[in-house]
Write a protein that binds this ligand. Structure first.
Ligand code: ZN
Length: 190
C-alpha cells in the first residue's frame, strides 16, 4: 500500500510497509493518541484499516465525514484529512514472478497470451489486475517480457492492466480544490 500526503498543496509520496502512526506536525500529542494506518493483506474488503484512538475521535474526516473512534476500512484511492493534512491510500502495483508448481497453482494451467501449457518449474507471472477488477491471468514470464518489449502499449488482454501505467496518484491540485469545495458544502449542509 502507498500513502500519499499533501501539505500546502504540495505532495510527497511515501511507501507504507508496516503499520504507520499518522502523527500531527507539531507532535504535540503522544504517538499512541494518533491515528494509525494498517495495510491489509487481503484486499477483498479494503486495502487498509485506519485506527482512530478515542483521544482524537472526530478529528479525522473521511470523505468529509468525521470518524468516531475505532477501526475504519479504507479502499483504494480513499482520502482522509487529519491535522490539516490530506492523505490518500492506494494499492501498490506489483507483478511478481514465481515458479509454476501444479500443486500450488493448479494442474493444466495455460499462458494467457500464447495458450501454451505451463511446465512445472518455469517462471510465471500472475497479473495483479486493476483496483476493483481482480484478474486470473497467468503468463509465462518470457512471453510477458517479450510482449512488453515489442509493444509498450501492451495491456493484459484479461483485465486491461497496464504494466507501464505506474502507481495511482492523487488528483491534481485543480481537482483537489473542487473536492474541497464539495467537502465544505457537505459540512455546511450537515
Ligand atoms: Zn489481467
Amino acid at each position: 500500500m502507498i500513502l500519499w500526503t499533501s501539505e500546502n498543496e504540495g505532495h510527497t509520496r511515501r511507501v507504507l510497509r508496516e503499520a504507520e502512526s499518522i502523527t500531527p506536525d507539531d507532535a504535540s500529542e503522544p504517538a499512541d493518541e494518533s491515528p494509525v494506518l494498517v495495510p491489509l493483506q487481503d484486499h477483498d474488503q479494503g486495502i487498509g484499516a485506519l485506527f482512530v484512538p478515542h483521544a482524537v475521535q472526530g478529528e479525522v474526516t473521511h470523505n468529509g465525514i468525521a470518524l468516531p473512534a475505532g477501526f475504519h476500512i479504507l479502499k483504494h484511492a480513499d482520502q482522509f484529512v487529519y491535522d490539516n493534512r490530506r492523505f490518500w491510500v492506494a494499492v501498490k502495483v506489483q507483478v511478481e514472478s514465481e515458479s509454476y508448481q501444479p500443486d500450488v497453482h493448479g494442474q493444466d494451467q495455460f499462458c494467457f497470451v500464447t495458450k501454451a501449457r505451463l511446465e512445472e518449474g518455469e517462471e510465471i507471472l500472475n497479473c495483479p489486475g486493476r483496483p476493483g477488477a481482480p484478474c486470473v491471468a497467468v503468463y509465462r514470464r518470457a512471453v510477458w517480457e517479450k510482449a512488453l518489449a515489442a509493444n509498450p502499449q501492451f495491456r493484459c488482454p484479461g483485465c486491461g492492466f497496464d504494466p507501464n501505467g505506474g502507481d495511482w496518484e492523487p488528483p491534481t491540485r485543480r481537482a483537489r480544490n473542487l473536492q474541497r469545495s464539495f467537502d465544505l458544502a457537505e459540512e455546511h449542509s450537515a
